[in-house]
Design a protein around this ligand. Structure first.
Ligand SMILES: Cc1cc2nc3c(=O)[nH]c(=O)nc-3n(C[C@H](O)[C@H](O)[C@H](O)COP(=O)(O)O)c2cc1C
Length: 207
């Protein structure tokens, strides 16, 4: 490949476009779209979201120390775009879209019924970076759509049609994996094969 040079900027993707639910001090829910989200640590399970100070959601998360990351699907693309273009300061997005909520389990914040996976998060720290503040939060509960759990108890997340955002456009994942974790080294050593098998059989602990 032959590359052109550009000034440093966020040319990065694909990223998940997630819907983050929050509540205000009075318990009123809001939902907004986040592309700048990521995994920070496996144990403890830590994730990040980068949020601009002016968002209603920033105010809500700062007030309660909680939020829920709702993974999105192809069917949720319009809702995801809308919730990223309109502020809860001006419009009740939940009413406008007729979004169905379900009560939080380990947090007071509700999750989206339509979302296949909801990650209930408690904030550990906030770092001011510039345009965005980085919230690092611990996932205290995972809620997973039952139809994505196969008879062996394995979560088939690749079948959920998850939504991705790439340089201004939305895409959805199709069930055509290029390989499973470790496929490039499978058969090279017994240790690697064992690791691959362990990963493929990985199950989330139920509680
Ligand atoms: C695809 C997409 C990704 C977005 N990612 C972020 C993000 O990572 N952080 C952020 O602060 N705003 C992000 N936004 C913008 C907010 O979602 C948007 O300003 C929203 O209206 C804020 O809602 P609120 O004021 O109700 O919190 C994104 C918008 C879209 C459409």
């Amino acid at each position: 490949m032959t590359k052109d040079l550009f000034k440093g900027s966020i040319l990065f993707g694909p990223v998940p476009a997630v819907l983050v639910t929050t509540i205000d001090k009075e318990g009123r829910p809001n939902v907004f779209t986040v592309g700048w989200t990521g995994v920070a640590c496996s144990h403890p399970p830590l994730v990040t979201i980068a949020v601009r100070k002016e968002r209603l959601s920033h105010e809500n998360i700062s007030a309660t120390g909680e939020f829920v990351i709702n993974l999105t699907t192809r069917e949720m693309a319009k809702m995801t775009d809308f919730c990223g273009c309109r502020s809860g300061r001006k419009i009740d997005k939940i009413k406008h879209f007729g979004i169905e909520l379900e009560a939080g389990t380990d947090v007071a914040v509700p999750s989206l019924k339509k979302s296949p996976v909801a990650l209930e998060c408690k904030v550990r720290s906030v770092t001011e970076l510039g345009t965005h503040d980085l919230f690092i939060a611990e996932i205290v509960r995972n809620k997973v759509e039952k139809s994505l759990i196969d008879k062996n108890g394995t979560i088939q997340l690749g079948s959920a049609g998850l939504l991705a955002y790439c340089h201004g456009e939305y895409f959805s994942l199709t069930r055509q994996p290029l390989g499973a974790f470790g496929f490039s080294v499978a058969g090279k050593s017994a240790r690697q094969a064992r690791h691959q098998k362990k990963f493929q059989q990985k199950k989330l602990k139920k509680s």
